[in-house]
Design a protein around this ligand. Sequence first.
Ligand code: HSE
Length: 347
Amino acid sequence: MSMRFKLAFIGFGVVGQGLTEILLEKKDMLAEKYDFHYVVVAVSDIMKGSVYDENGLNMGEILSLVKADKKLDEYPSGMKDMDSLATIKDTNADTIIEVTFTDVKTGEPALTHIKAALNAGKNVVSTNKGPVVKQVMDLLKLAEKNNVFYGFEGVVLAGTPVLNLAEYTLAGNKITGFKGILNGTTNYILTRMEEGMSYDDALKKAQELGYAEADPTGDVEGLDALGKVVILSNVVLGKNIGWKDVERKGIAGITIEDVEQAKAEGMRWKLIGSAEIQKDGSLKAKVWPQKLPLSDPLAGVNEAINALTFDTDELGPVTVVGPGAGRRETGFSLLIDLLNMNRKLSE
Ligand code: HSE
């Protein structure tokens, strides 16, 4: 029997807005093709305010308000001023879309939001890397205990589906390592710098395009890529590492002269994240800028595009190339989770 999910957004930045656009534009197709039905009952954002209507909000109107830099208080009806935890616990929402800012070191405030939602018996879909870096196994167990769904496809490579690929399509393989370009902002900056743009201008542009984190130091210093190395190591390789177990260096020290010199040598700088299970079972995990020859497939991956190669026992290396950041691209990852949730809960 098909259900009608009642969704609540916790955080309503570019990713939440990107998903909303997709949900609005594809509403009929999602209902007809995937039997997915929804209504958004609440939006709560620390900067933009909050609004709740148990019968559903007009999300077109919410998007117009936000795009005009107005507060959600100006929405003509509904309850205002509910904070994130009240929105999670005290509304009729059954599915929480957690898209607040990411802090990979503490996981907060997202970790508290996700635990509150799972404990309240609500499904969670989230692109937030922090909680996955910190406590993925505990959160998955909590979801199982409460008989609800927790999806986080977008935490690595945005809507380019690597976690689902590893779990479902590559199932039956032994995956022993991975290597890839895991951060869109730094790849975008390196691409622009090769064309002569300054580091600062390229970073500003990456922020405008919605690739960078709220605090972009996490991108350029390699912390965002490190978070993804931790997630892939734990979720795909079955390890239990933390962010201190990964060696890290970002791209902040790479000058325009370094980029030009590499170009003259037929090489290209890339920020590479990798992990490999060693013979003794330990893991070697790293985020490091590497100067690659142009013949290396990863050297050909430019702009904000990401790439990830899994080392598998049956197929050898399997590579996925696709967007790793961006408004709709990350918004789409939440749709993957929502459709998986619909399939699972309709079984
Ligand atoms: N800031 C991240 C990036 C977003 O640039 O790749 C996706 O995690």
